[in-house]
Design a protein around this ligand. Sequence first.
Ligand code: 26V
Length: 824
Amino acid sequence: KSNTTPFAVTANVTAEQFKDSIVKHLNATHGTDVNKASNRSWWNATASALNEYVYNGLSNTQRTYFENDTRAVHYFSLEFLMGRLTGNNLHNLGLFNVAKEALNDLGIDIETLVDEEEDMALGNGGLGRLAACFIDSLATMHLPAVGYGIHYEHGLFRQEFQQGRQIERPDSWREYGNPFEICRPESVQEIPLYGYVETKFDENGHIVKQWHPNRVIKGVPWDVPVVGYEGTNVNVLRLWESRASDFFNWDVFNAGGYHDSHRENVEAETISKVLYPNDETDAGKELRLIQQYFFSACSLKDIIRRYRRVHNDDWSKFSAQVAVQLNDTHPAVAIPELMRLLVDEYNIDWDTSWTICRETFSYTNHTLLPEALEKWSVRLFEKVLPRHLEIIYEINRRFLEEEVEAKWPGDDEIKAKLSIIEEGHERMVRMGNLSVIGSNKVNGVAEVHSALVKSDLFPEFDALWPEKLTNVTNGVTPRRWIKACNPKLSALIDETVGTEWPTNLELLRDLDKKADDAKFQKTFMDIKHENKVELTKVIKDLTDIDVDPSAIFDIQIKRLHEYKRQHLNLLHIMALYRRLLQNPDYDMHPRVFIFGAKAAPGYALAKDIIYAINKVADKVNNDERIKGKLKVVFLPNYRVSLAEKMIPAADVSEQISTAGKEASGTGNMKLAMNGAITIGTLDGANIEIAEEVGEDNVVIFGLTVDEVKAVKKAGYSPWDYYYGNQEIKAVLDWFETDYFTPGKPGELASIKHSLLDGGDPYLCLADFESYAKAQEQVDAKYKDSKGWARSAILNTAYMGKFNSDRSIQDYVDRIWKLKAYKAQ
Ligand code: 26V
């Protein structure tokens, strides 16, 4: 029996029709035929067949928004970690099963076909993937929204291991074209850079400033359609590519400077060439500032062009129509840029312009780590954006002299703290302060994080504007992170609670009625097992390691960072290995520890941790003495599409950051939804996950935020733990031998040093014992297979809160005040 589609926009599309469409596109769009088509051509043709429905939704949606002159949110982000689009778009249009059957008839396996697609890896980690989940939710909820970002030619680097060490290779996601993006030359923008500012007087004797830039860069927009679930609304992700301006180039070329003009092209194209691969450390590089300005300026001009098509020179409705959300401080230069456009280009007075600005922008903070808080040197700012620096000075002067002075008269200490300019050896522009001062709301990304934003990061701002700082707890889209990546679990959920859950995840709550039902438990755990079998094949394929799917699959997937403590996980693995060597009958259920993580290319210790895990893996996996009870796997090139294969197969989710350091986490949510049990600290969204799923269904360990502060205040010494716990001592000393690196003692010593001489800044040793105990609890819990199944089911059942639709509804209610418009 032929599959039918569940949604109105694709109702009545049969597999037969879809098949004809694929074949038609194979011939007419991609110039090949069924007899000689490569997998890539089949993929392209399938994408074209699918795009017919996407484009139909796109025009309906954009027309509906235009006709209703809707207020819209503009999500400004340097990163959108989209992953693959084929499967997602098929699912969201209700065409997945139709396409599967159509391809099957053509002799093509849909899983092989979707593996043809490169990930769109235009992001580093949490912040970028959150942006991707949010635009999925916005489209699903029929909310007028545009994502704005950069059309990087190269996304996050591809990771390979050479003798266990990370090496980085360029990512060329669109080398041979990409069927999901549309170039829009009709909406090109020109962006000025560098130069100087001239002070003049107008006919009324008023001072006017004129910026004389000495470079102009062209911004070319590429639109990626964002298909909401059920396919009705299709929003746009608009990504800017940089090119040399035709105008400038032409002059240079005519003057006989072919090589100069070529160099200008190269320099201009450099801006959108590559994504910065640093997660959480700010390097202060000129090109990065230019990237930030380039895309913010292109996006604002695009918004203003669209606004003026309807409202011309009436600026009074601007902030009623336009909300801009700044994804961290990365696009904060948009604030002085909007001021510049209003004051300098449209001749609006300062006060009116500033009111518009403050009503337009809001800012999300994603990290408290001091090294991630962006600062730009005044010298660099002045060189690249001289007019913006003047505007920032003026924003700052008015803020300090009027608002701060009114609240804290004569208090220079507070003024120094709240100033956008940090004084010192090198004067710096603080992008966080600029963002708070120029925004209407500021939010953290989980309850505990938002509380810390108020109490530790911006306490004076909170005192000044008690309504400004707020919380929106993160979420993830259940369309990608359950429905598309875990089809077997999804089918079981459909049978049990109906098919509406992808847009109303609270419906999963009904699964709790089945948590103690032996038959349901078996079905649920059988699905987990089948997913584990699938992952076993991926592991074999990528690493040649054999793992047993009946072992516990214990997964830690996230960027590699000391605060996330992959090395705490490693210390515990080594402790287990040691216990097994000392006592081959040491009682534990077999476990496979699986990692996925990229390290920033310049982060030496993070790379050493990857190397150490790989070296320990080599040894442990080949040691007959431990009878396969312990395996360690580091999967290379962790990315969205690999996450989609790992998450459905996880039994245990490692969320073990030092309390107070992980703003939220979102992998924690994806894993728990798919029935993994969290072992975690009381950090970020783990706290809220524990509240939702109940304390019997998570394993919590370690110091709390307050305890971490107290320990640090009292003067933490890792040596106390080294000498006080012989297992810790033995494991740390092991790093200095050549046990894991035969013939090369000391290759792993940097980890020991960071934890002892380095002061163990993230308190691994302080939390070790508690973590090891918690792991024993996990083991005991797994041995009670009914208890485990119950907990796994309840994790899926009680994760409804962490749907990104709920996050978006919170943004709408607390910040954006948007109305939904279903496309007609
Ligand atoms: C900083 C920098 C510094 C300059 C170079 C490029 C770059 C790129 C990203 C960042 C900051 C990344 C901050 C981030 O990803 N935070 C994560 O945000 C997630 C979504 O809110 C949250 O779940 C994670 O806990 C948080 O670490």
